[in-house]
Write a protein that binds this ligand. Sequence first.
Ligand SMILES: [Zn+2]
Length: 371
Amino acid sequence: MQLEKTPAGIMDMGSLLVFTGAGEDLQLQAMELPAIGEGEVLIKNLYTTLCGSDLHTFCGLRTEQTPTILGHEIVGRVVAVGKGHTGLDYSGAPLVPGDIVTWSIFSSDPESDEARRGMPQKAAGLFKYGHTQVTEIDSFHGGLAEYCILRRNTIVLKIPAGVPLNIAATINCAVATVAGALRLAGEVRGKRVLITGLGLLGMVCAAMCKDKGATQIYTADINEKRLAQSRGFGADVAYSLAEDQAGHGNAARKPSGVDIVFDMSGAPDAMEAGIAALGIGGTAVWVGAVFASRKVKIDAEQVVRRLVTIKGLHNYNYEDFTNAVEFMGRNHNVFPFETVVGKEFELENAQQAFEYAVEHKPLRVGIRIGS
Ligand SMILES: [Zn+2]
């Protein structure tokens, strides 16, 4: 394996930022790059965006085995394609050094039952980038590092021409997950939709529903700034859940009788409001509830009498991932995706990046990783 810029005889090293636990500073370390194995691909990471789940881990709201490398919304450049790899991306295009690519946040056994049933994100042999313990022999598997080694059965796709790195980085978690939510929702064209929770998933969901021809898009959140921002992503009516909960919501603007509700917040209040807003035969797709909270109260009689369907989604499958890449190729400058990354940091300053993200709550904070 030939690595760029590595003088002969000098060990191939890479930097990585190690997370050892909530409340502890991230540590910049250099480790030897192992030779890539059968079916693997070596990537030079170029840009990583900090996802909500990274922030939850950083703050101690969720626990990973430590030490670990955080960051799974990554875009990078192919350095080397290992023996035994097909040499193709998921679309069948040749994969060669220099290609700018995104990849599924997980790898799993494609022959397993769950994968065959369209749920590879829950299949046997599951491995997830940015969620795994760092060991001496297995360390480059996250976004906050110079390199990432893609395991066998990781789906890779080239980034369409013209998509900036800071937008491309969000494809393999936020955008692909929303693509999965729309798959579960069914036909969106001609429908009235409600999106609760206006983090990046909510914004992308509004944009995707607009792109797919929804006739009316309601967004709902407790944050006025996010509500205003959602208009740029396609929202027709932005409804304040804070005012609603305080008892002075605008009745004329309150969403009701909608066909589809997407919850991206994980907040029980928002999920309950979403179910109440569904019309006859409506569908709720829940995506945001990936942390512990109180149980959602649902009136079963209303679910039955109004023929309501509730679906849950965690992560995404390969069809969703493909749709996400295609969507961003067509829409990266149709909607204001350039406003998603509120501030950008270098890899060595990622500690400040996390602190900034927690304090200021932009949709995303970006980490630029060399060139
Ligand atoms: Zn994520």
